[in-house]
Structure formats: structure tokens, C-alpha cells
Write a protein of this length. Sequence first.
Length: 115
Amino acid sequence: QVQLVESGGGLVQPGGSLRLSCAASGILFSIYNMAWYRQAPGKQRELVATVTRGDSTNYADSVKGRFTIYSDNAKNTVYRQMNTLKPEDTAVYYCNADYSTVNFWGQGTQVTVSS
């Protein structure tokens, strides 16, 4: 059974930091491209950051310089460090694992940026 379990969300003040984790099980983690998406209320889900199985990273323009994505194959976990958080970063953040035609999603974790 494939599982992607996100953790690390919560309430943080503007300018603060959070680190999200996504622990994968039931897949050969090292062959998957991993990504984080987010969905704010009333908006479509958007791609935030990706890390490929070759460790190449890409970021949405809105988070470049503030967010960092990285993976630990030994722990089957992908992380996202989020710094200098803004209220517009408030959303449910989802982990995604992609390989060829296979695609898996986590259940999501809420991040709220508010004073």
C-alpha cells in the first residue's frame, strides 16, 4: 500500500519559518520525482516546488528564494523548508510522487500564515 504522509504544518506569523516533511512508503522512493503543491481556499491547486530523481529542483516564481525542496532517499522523505512566510502562502500543502504514468498524493497539511 502506497502512503505519502505529510507533517509539519501549522500556524506561523508572517516572516516566520516552517519545515514540511513527506514520508513515503510502499514505493521505490529513489525513482520518483517528488513535488509539493498547494491549494488556497477558492483557488486551484498549484505547483510549488519539485525535486527530480536526479536531484534537480524547480520552484514557482512566488516562492523562489524563500522555499527549498530536498529529499533524503535513505529516509524515503522529501522536505520543504519555507522561510520568510507571507499570508499569501496560507494553503493546504500536498506532497506528490510521480513516475511515468504513476502518480500518488498525500492527504495534505495546513499551513496558515497570520499574525
